[in-house]
Structure formats: C-alpha cells, structure tokens
Design a protein around this ligand. Structure first.
Ligand code: NAD
Ligand code: DAU
Length: 337
C-alpha cells in the first residue's frame, strides 16, 4: 500500500508546494485538511490526480474531524505533516485571536490525535521563533538558539513548537520539527512581501518598502523547503528539530530593486511606507545539521533566476491572485503600509 500523508494547510502557499512535490517525486497518497481561510485556495491543488489527492475542507481545531482523519492513517510510513497556520505577521498585529486558536489549539488537537492513534507527526515551523539577529551578528540561528519570538504570530508558532516537544517527551509522540526561513515561489498570497511587489508592478503601483528596507530575510524556494521536509520524514530522528535554509540572505531593498529591474523600472521607483511595529531586523539559518545528517541540499541556488520564474508565474496566473488583491491593499492602506 502506498504511503498516506495527511497534510494540513495543503491549500496554502507552502503546503500546496509540498503536495505538488510529493505527487511528482513519490507514489504517496495525500489527504489535505484545510479550512480554506482567506489564505487557502482550492485552485492551488488544480491539476493534481484526484485518485491521489483528496481535499477535506475543515478546521485543524475540530477534534472529531481530526480524530477521524488521523485514525485512517494505518500504514507504517503514514504521517501527518502539519502546515496549517495563520501565517502573516501584519495580520497578527491587527488581530492576534485566530493565531492563538489555529496555531496553538489546532496543533494541540493534532498532537492529541497523533498520540491516540500512534501516528508519526511532522510539525512545520519558522525561524521567527528565535527572534532576530543584528546585521553583523557572526552566528546564525541553529537548533540550539534560544527562543525569543517578537510578534503574536511568532509567539504562537513558538508555543506550538513547545507543545510538540512536550508531547514527544511526556507521551512518546513520534514527532519531528522543522524551522524554515522565508519562502518564495508560486501561489504565495499577495499580502506577502515578494508577491505584493510583483502584483503592484503588474498593476502599475510602486513597490512598498517598510522603513528603510534594511531588514534581512534568508530566502529559500518553497520547492527546496518541500524536499527538506520529505528528507526529515524519511530519515529524520524522532524528537529532533531541523533548521531549513538555503543561504539566501538579502535585505528588502535589494529584493525590491531586483524586482524593479525585472520589470525594466528604475531602481528608486518605490515608496517607503510605515514600518511594521516590532519589525525583526534579520533572520539567518545555519542548516548544517540538515545537510550533514540527512544529506539534503537545495536545488534553487540562483535567487535571481528563481525570482524571475516567480514573476513569470504571477504574470501568467492573474486569475489566481486577482480576487485577493484589492482587499489586501485596502487593509494595508488602513495602517499606512
Ligand atoms: P499560508 O497562509 O499561505 O497558508 C496557510 C494555510 O492553512 C491556508 O491554506 C489556510 O486555509 C490553512 N488554514 C489556516 N487556518 C486553518 C485551520 N484552522 N484549519 C485548517 N486549515 C487552516 O501559509 P504558508 O506561508 O504556506 O505557511 C505554511 C506553514 O509554514 C505555516 O505553519 C508557517 O508558519 C510555516 N512557515 C512559513 C514560512 C513562509 O515563508 N511563508 C516560512 C517558514 C515556515
Ligand atoms: O521567516 C519565516 C517567516 O517568513 C514565516 O514564518 C512567515 O509565515 C512569513 O510570512 C515570513 O514572515 P516575514 O514577516 O518575514 O514575511 P513578509 O513577507 O511579511 O515580509 C518580508 C519582509 O518584507 C519583512 O521584513 C517585512 C517587509 N515588507 C513586507 C511587506 C508585505 C515590506 O517591506 N513591504 C511589504 O509590503
């Protein structure tokens, strides 16, 4: 019987990238559990074979539904891969409440089901749980860095990681955790930095840079995130945390200028807007453990080429993002961003 994965949040940006990756690189079957919030799109799973990918619309905090789906994972290699979350920092500053419900109660609900049915669990988390670094900090985040989250979003993700660790230690749940850096690629919501600027330029609007634009993010293509998660599912040690990153540090100004260049626009053709409160300065991942222990390497080594392909995707898939654009920009306008 082929492996069966329950992928929560599989209609979102990175979850859908993972489902596409699993279907093209393995013979596994996938059940996606997704609430289809503003960030989830049925269309992100379009084109995948129906006999291998099933979408269940529902909430990860729904105990009955989660128990039924987890209980159906009976194969030795079957697993839950937990992507579902409220994922956007700016939204968490405007209204933290759904972040606590989905990211904490949702993770708790899944862990309890994994415990009841003794099912392997992989938890998708973020480098933001570690707080931020100075621009000239010589040491990047490692699995030993102390947790120090800044926003309601990153605090809720930090809390969810702690739940996983406690369920491993106290109840013997067969779980692993990964903390990844900033992802880019197709099917990312237009509220996020890179798709926002690309779709702004398609619409003839100038890119919007928070503050001076000197904040650094460590970019990784979502497909490389997916291959790392599969490596952890296959070869990761239970109870361990793995940091995922592709040595892709760039400040926001550099990224905006690369996007402007791709659109043939001048390098200063952007607006500085109100900064994000509590804005983390720099994230940077040391992924030595993942590379040395599991033999993983990223395949997207050229950020500019990956960015160009991402720009092409947004140019060719306007029907996917257009319905979200006006509402997203109206929300940003309210906070001067
Ligand atoms: P996203 O916002 O694009 O997608 C989230 C998905 O979860 C959506 O499909 C949404 O409908 C679904 N969802 C939300 N609440 C739900 C609920 N209560 N029940 C069921 N489904 C629900 O997010 P993303 O950027 O794809 O992030 C996915 C995961 O990866 C998150 O756990 C996030 O913390 C983590 N992560 C993201 C990044 C990044 O750069 N985007 C980096 C590292 C880690
Ligand atoms: O590091 C991993 C995290 O990356 C994930 O855990 C989050 O789910 C994901 O959203 C992302 O968080 P960031 O806050 O880093 O991503 P965002 O795309 O919101 O912003 C990236 C940077 O760009 C950040 O420094 C803020 C800035 N920014 C953002 C927007 C939307 C701008 O300058 N202008 C903008 O319009």
């Amino acid at each position: 019987m082929p492996r069966h994965l329950l992928v929560t949040g599989g209609a979102g940006f990175i979850g859908s990238a993972f489902v596409h990756h699993v279907v093209t690189t393995t013979d596994a079957h996938v059940t996606v559990l997704d609430k289809l919030t503003y960030a989830g799109h049925r269309e992100s799973l379009a084109g995948l074979p129906e006999e291998r990918v099933r979408l269940v619309v529902g909430d990860v905090a729904d105990q009955g539904l989660v128990d039924e789906l987890v209980g159906s994972l009976t194969g030795e290699d079957d697993a839950i891969v937990h992507y579902a979350a409220e994922s956007h920092n700016d939204n968490s500053l405007n209204d933290p409440s759904p972040f606590l419900t989905t990211n904490l109660i949702g993770t708790f609900t899944l862990l309890e089901a994994a415990r009841r049915h003794d099912v392997r669990f992989h938890h998708i988390s973020t480098d933001e749980v570690y707080g931020d670094l100075e621009l000239d900090d010589p040491v990047r985040f490692t699995e030993h860095t102390a947790y120090n989250p800044s926003s309601p979003y990153s605090a809720s993700k930090a809390g969810s990681d702690m739940l996983v660790r406690a369920w491993v230690r106290s109840f013997g749940v067969q779980a692993t955790i990964s903390n990844c850096s900033n992802n880019y690629g197709p099917r990312q919501h237009v509220e996020k930095f890179i798709p926002r600027q690309i779709t702004n330029l398609i619409d003839g609007i100038r890119p919007r840079l928070y503050g001076a634009g000197l904040n650094v993010r460590d970019w990784i293509h979502a497909d490389d995130h997916s291959s790392a998660v599969l490596a952890i599912l296959d070869r990761g040690r239970i109870g361990e945390t793995y940091l995922i990153g592709a040595d892709g540090e760039k400040n926001n100004l550099e990224v905006v200028q690369m996007i402007l260049e791709a659109f043939g626009r001048p390098a200063d053709d952007f607006d500085h807007v109100t900064d994000r409160p509590g804005h983390d300065l720099r994230y940077a991942i040391d992924s030595t453990k993942l590379r040395e222990e599991l033999g993983w390497t990223p395949s997207f080594q050229d950020f500019e080429a990956g960015l160009a392909a991402t720009i092409d995707w947004y140019r060719e898939n306007e029907a996917w993002w257009r319905p979200q654009k006006a509402e997203t920009e109206a929300k940003y306008a309210k906070t001067g961003q």
